[in-house]
Ligand binder design. Structure first.
Ligand code: THU
Length: 144
């Protein structure tokens, strides 16, 4: 699966975005290590904080299906009802969520509707907080 193919799938997933509040529709396509593609779109809520981004919808649906290893992510975003015309980088929460499962070398494909840009999770989220930063049991300052 190429980056271009993954972008096309993200653009297709974007059609299902539920974005009545922002008017900004996003689609994501996440490729698992065993070559399955999991898609997501942003799903907004009248209680705005309950909104979920396209990337986390894709990631969580993949993890819920038993996937734990991923090889690439594509993201396509832009004004609802229009084509994609600017790159849509993932938000900070999605970068952190991805870092739980994906390495710093993990490729992230972005599109502006014409060009494709490839970056990595490590570039998007340098010096990530990970499980290595959490003291192991026994090293913790136990309060109870
Ligand atoms: N959004 C995503 O789904 N992914 C991104 O990478 C950036 C932002 C969504 C959240 C919200 O529904 C809308 O775009 C505007 O922030």
């Amino acid at each position: 699966m190429t980056g271009e193919e993954l972008i096309l799938i993200a653009e297709e997933a974007r059609k299902n975005a539920c974005a009545p509040y922002s008017g900004f529709a996003v689609g994501a396509a996440l490729l698992s290590a065993d070559n399955k593609v999991y898609t997501g779109c942003n799903i907004e809520n009248s209680s705005f904080g309950a909104t979920c981004c396209a990337e986390r919808v894709a990631l969580f649906s993949a993890v819920a299906a038993g996937e734990k290893t991923f090889s690439a992510l594509a993201i396509a975003g832009g004004k609802s009802g229009e084509g994609v015309n600017a790159f849509c980088p993932p938000c900070g929460i999605c970068r952190q969520a991805l870092s739980e499962f994906c390495s710093p070398e993990f490729p992230v494909y972005l599109t502006d509707g014409g060009q494709i840009k490839v970056t990595t999770l490590g570039t998007l989220l340098p010096e990530a907080f990970t499980k290595e930063n959490i003291p192991k049991k026994g090293e913790r300052h136990e309060t109870v």
